[in-house]
Ligand binder design. Structure first.
Ligand SMILES: [Zn+2]
Length: 245
């Protein structure tokens, strides 16, 4: 474990880390596959996110530590290879007990990132299902945090961007080619919702990247590898995704 995580680990009580481990080992497939050393780093990163994020729900819905931990683990997962531990603009996560709709709009949603309120909304049953079924390339928490990464990356100044500019440009090039394939109905890997726009394509790619990495690589190697570089991790290497081949 890197020295920084060793030091940060002391900030959390042993009982908190133990509780977090028990939740993750039973609910996060990515965590389960990590080496012991990487599990410890992941645990610290999950707890940093959990403690520094403003979680909230309606008063009649009890938001448990378990729910917060599982949601936080999605963020730790997608940023495991990045020098980023929390969201700064979108650090308010609102969890709902079921699908919801905005006023004056009948469309039911399971999750969205609201650019006006800077709030990330997620329906708990869909978050839970996303982790319970870990090989269908559907994971709501990963999807919504994917949007947050893109929005925060765009809002930051050139020197403090989340993604390296060259890696992001390369990803955009391959993403655009994939977008055209989806439009031409030549898509085999990503669900067609990725064809909505490049922002959705990024989030859908993330879900597939983590839940079907081999299938993704076998069918779209260039797009997959551009994501490996962008996120600085390769989930095909389960014990240590940070070791890039
Ligand atoms: Zn989306």
């Amino acid at each position: 474990m890197k020295l920084i995580y060793k030091s940060l680990s002391y900030l959390f009580k042993s009982s908190t880390k133990e509780e977090c481990h028990k939740i993750l080992i039973n609910s996060n497939f990515y965590y389960e596959g990590l080496s012991q050393n990487k599990k410890e780093t992941f645990l610290v990163r999950t707890l940093i996110f959990r403690f520094r994020t403003n979680f909230d729900s309606k008063p009649d819905f009890i938001l448990t530590q378990k729910m917060k931990t599982i949601i936080s683990s999605a963020f730790a997962q997608i940023t495991f290879g990045l020098n980023m531990h929390t969201l700064s603009k979108f650090n308010h996560v609102f969890v709902t007990p079921s699908s919801y709709a905005y006023k004056h709009n009948n469309v039911l949603l399971d999750g969205d990132v609201n650019l006006r309120t800077k709030r990330v909304n997620m329906s708990w049953p869909t978050v839970k299902k996303g982790f319970e079924i870990n090989d269908d390339a559907l994971n709501l928490a990963i999807h919504e945090f994917g949007h947050c990464l893109i929005f925060e990356n765009t809002a930051r100044s050139y020197l403090s961007r989340i993604f390296k500019e060259s890696a992001f440009e390369k990803w955009k090039k391959h993403a655009h080619l994939k977008y055209l394939k989806i439009k031409n109905k030549e898509n085999v890997v990503l669900r067609d919702y990725a064809g909505s726009n490049l922002i959705e394509l990024f989030s859908v790619s993330l879900e597939t990247f983590f839940e079907k990495p081999h299938h993704f690589y076998d069918n779209e190697p260039e797009l997959f590898l551009s994501m490996v570089i962008l996120l600085n991790q390769d989930p095909r290497n389960k014990p240590n995704p940070l070791e890039l081949k």
